[in-house]
Design a protein around this ligand. Structure first.
Ligand code: SF4
Length: 793
């Protein structure tokens, strides 16, 4: 079975010997290389959206194939001034890039007085010193992650660059010391380049290197270079990728009559690299140097390298980058998916203490998604940017949906996601590993996961979309707990954040309940901070205050943390305390306080809160005394998909025991005003792809256990909500008169939706809207008669 994209980093040693590589027929090598790539990286091919910054085109080397290096007389300025550097970087930022790749000649100050003079006039002792300053400026001003490609450097230079760049690179090119191409290039002496590779490893620098193929070297020479790279990686683990680049002759160079690298030699080298290097080293071939991309995929690459929507390839200016759409099409036609990455690969980004200078850790985190890849869109939960459209129009499956043209693609062509979906369609239950695999879906795989979830939704609950008319009452925002993600509470952590501390009078709660009922609400949702002055009786007083406002309104309230604290402060067993609350009028409890039910993650998010087992036990106990509840997950702050999968599996197991959960409510982390993000310790919430998958995978994982999947429109907005309704969701949650918690965290969507707004959301999908009670009975509205409740509530 192919590896899931999010699975543990593959590692290990070469899978072919040198003599096998030299003797085997090319088709056999290609097939073996592709199989190794598939086993290691599944269906995912990555690329890095970046800008190229040619800091200086002066170089002391004279390589026989190079058109990048120029003489000072041919340049306006020996170095690109900082303002121009920043201009390029800002354009890259605006175009969605994550990386600033600095390309430059080697040691030009040793050859050109003009370089020395420019550096001296600007206060720099060397090109590398100026490069450090330029990287620092780009990082600080734009957040783009610098990748320094400065050639053969000494350890001090590498160390200085490590403080301002997320990764560095240097092509080994070839270890053959006798190549004409390098005769006038002192920096291309193999020993010098091997020393740089080794020093980078000692300094724990995520490092990119590679081979230039077809400049006169032999196959044996290439294997020598690959073996040297593998040996350095075995010592330090720092080689993140190897680029295999094909030589193309260029006019104006001494090698302009040299034949281009033959395709077979190029493909042989890619396959040999895949088979000789450990599989955990990524393998890249530049997409702009080949006319046909499919053979590169078939030879075993898993990365396309940098692709810029803004700048040209300054090293190969005659070869334009393929547009992203073309690259995506070529990738998907080959049966793979395309994912943006950062300059530093996930295996390194997810281990920042080992691989990144302290100054780079937050910029990398800030640009990352949950798998350590690059965020693929500016959308953020609770923000104003509209979401990307992840679902093809044909995925709308509801009968009569406008624009419905075909049945959705239920299973993509191949790979681990397809295998899991085929199992789901055959009735299998997904386990933790399968759930992680589904969370790794990209491109057409996302549409396929959504289509399967949509089908399950249709089978389980039909086409009706439900909502509940409710009001949130957050009775206090004062809290003794110190949850790092919470922008709502006004404890010591967040005194500088918006809003003043408050505690509602009980009479105010009564008034709000009466007002809500008059407005048609059937439910009040009660949640608040854990006020230091509360005793266990406080929650009973709140219930009585609600009952004074309405004898019948459904009371949905008090998280697992609140009831656990209430019981503790009352010195009562939890079950006894819950019975008191139930007898006073409490009907259901919300799933909030679950955050991520994985204690490793809770230790970061909410170290002083109830742990996973206590949350599960609180809900088990609630179910045992007849109180229903729901499952929430607050995702996208610091954790990876493995923790999401554990959360789903643990809550599903409880549901299969008790049957007490009514719905699953994913809550995408709204980062803007949270202490965790302000302290530069979290991502900016989930991506929209992750958000959509959380709902769709929830539908799949909870099949036969939890029938209702609810979205949180406060965090998603209408455009996001509509896509999720096509990915397994059947419930819109509450109208939420007064919603303070997401808004405190920075969410910009409104405080209230009404039936008309919900109807407008649902109608274009060809689905019908129904008002429900808290426990999924239906609310009937005879004309002019107000709200009449039908069914249980
Ligand atoms: S999440 Fe709840 S328990 Fe944690 S600080 Fe905020 S209000 Fe308090």
């Amino acid at each position: 079975m192919p590896a899931s994209p999010g699975s543990t980093t593959p590692s290990g040693t070469a899978v072919a010997t040198r003599s096998e590589l030299l003797a085997a027929p090319l088709p056999e090598l290609l097939a073996r290389a592709a199989a190794v790539r598939d086993a290691a990286w599944g269906t995912r091919l990555t690329f890095s959206p970046k800008v190229f910054i040619p800091l200086t085109m002066l170089c002391r080397d004279r390589c026989g194939y190079c058109t990048f290096a120029k003489a000072p007389a041919r340049l306006d300025s020996p170095y690109l001034p900082i303002e121009e550097v920043l201009e390029v970087a800002r354009a890259g930022r605006a175009a969605g890039c994550h990386e600033a790749l600095f390309t430059l000649g080697e040691g030009p100050e040793d050859r050109y007085p003009a370089a020395r003079e420019w550096l001296a006039a600007h206060g720099y002792a060397s090109t590398v010193e100026y490069l450090v300053a330029a990287c620092a400026a780009v990082l600080a001003e734009t957040g783009l992650l610098p990748h320094a490609n400065a050639g053969a450097l000494g350890p001090d230079e590498l160390a200085a660059l490590r403080a301002v760049s997320a990764s560095q690179g240097m092509m080994l090119e070839s270890l053959n010391p006798g190549l004409d191409a390098h005769r006038a290039a002192p920096d291309k002496v193999p020993a010098r380049r091997l020393a740089t590779l080794e020093d980078a490893g000692r300094l724990a620098i995520p490092f990119t290197t590679g081979l230039l193929v077809g400049i006169g070297e032999s196959r044996e020479d290439r294997l020598d270079a690959l073996e040297a790279i593998a040996a350095a990686h075995a010592r330090h683990g720092h080689v993140q990728e190897v680029i295999v680049q094909n030589f193309l002759p260029k006019a104006g160079t001494s090698m302009h009559r040299h034949p281009p690298c033959p395709t077979d030699e190029f493909l042989w080298t890619i396959a040999a690299a895949r088979l000789l290097l450990p599989p955990d080293i990524h393998l890249q071939a530049p997409p702009n140097l080949s006319d046909d991309l499919a053979p590169l995929v078939a030879a075993g690459i898993d990365d396309w390298g940098g692709v810029s929507p803004v700048t040209a390839d300054h090293v190969n200016p005659e070869r334009a980058w393929p547009a992203l759409g073309i690259l995506r099409a070529a990738t998907e036609e080959a049966g793979y998916t395309l994912a943006p990455r950062l300059t530093v690969y996930p295996e390194f980004a997810l281990d920042p203490v080992t691989w990144l200078d302290g100054a780079l850790r937050f910029p990398v985190l800030d640009a990352s998604d949950a798998e350590g890849l690059g965020r693929d869109h500016p959308w953020a939960s609770g923000g104003e940017s509209p979401p990307p459209d992840l679902l093809a129009p044909s995925v709308a499956t509801a009968p009569g949906a406008p624009g419905r043209t075909a049945e959705p693609e239920l299973v993509p062509a191949g790979g681990a996601v397809a295998e899991v979906l085929a199992g789901v369609l055959a009735g299998e239950t997904v386990g933790e590993d399968e759930i992680v695999t589904l969370f790794g879906a990209r491109g057409p795989e996302v549409r396929a996961v959504a289509a399967v979830a949509d089908r399950l939704r249709s089978e389980v609950v039909g086409d009706e979309v439900t909502y509940v008319a409710n009001r949130n009452i957050n009775y206090t925002n004062v809290c003794t707990f110190k949850c790092k993600f919470c922008a709502f509470s006004k404890g010591p952590l967040s005194l500088n954040l918006r809003g003043a501390p408050y505690l509602l009078e009980l009479g105010e709660i009564t008034d709000r309940v009466a007002e809500a009922e008059a407005m048609g609400a059937t439910e009040v949702c009660l949640q608040g901070g854990i006020h230091p002055d509360f005793d266990g009786d406080y929650y009973l007083h709140v219930i009585r205050a609600v009952r004074e406002g309405s004898p019948t309104i459904h009371i949905h309230g008090f998280t697992a943390l609140e009831v656990t604290e209430g019981a503790r402060r009352s010195s009562l067993p939890l079950a006894d305390y819950l019975v008191l609350l139930r007898d006073a009028g409490l009907r259901t409890i919300p799933g909030t306080a679950a955050e991520i039910l994985d204690d490793e993650v809770r230790a970061v998010l909410c170290p002083d809160k109830i742990d996973t087992e206590e949350w599960l036990e609180a809900h088990r106990t609630a179910h045992s005394v007849g109180l229903n509840s729901n499952v929430t997950i607050m995702f996208g702050a610091v954790e990876q998909p493995r923790s999401w999968a554990r959360h789903l599996v643990r809550t599903r197991a409880l549901q299969l025991d008790t049957g007490g959960f009514t719905e699953f409510v994913p809550l995408p982390f709204v980062h803007m005003a949270t202490p965790l993000y302000i302290q530069r310790r979290s991502r900016r919430g989930p991506t929209f792809r992750e958000t959509l998958l959380m709902h769709a995978v929830g539908r799949i994982a909870y099949r036969g256990a939890i029938d209702n999947i609810q979205l949180s429109w406060v965090k998603l907005g209408a455009a996001g909500a509509r896509q999720l309704l096509r990915a397994g969701v059947n419930d819109l949650g509450g109208t939420l008169i007064d919603e303070n918690i997401s808004r405190a965290a920075g969410a910009s969507h409104g405080q209230m939706m009404d039936a008309d707004a919900f109807r407008a959301l649902v109608a274009p999908l060809g689905r019908t809207l129904a008002q429900r009670t808290t426990l999924y009975g239906r609310v009937v509205h005879p004309d002019g008669q107000g709200t009449v409740l039908a069914g249980v509530h």
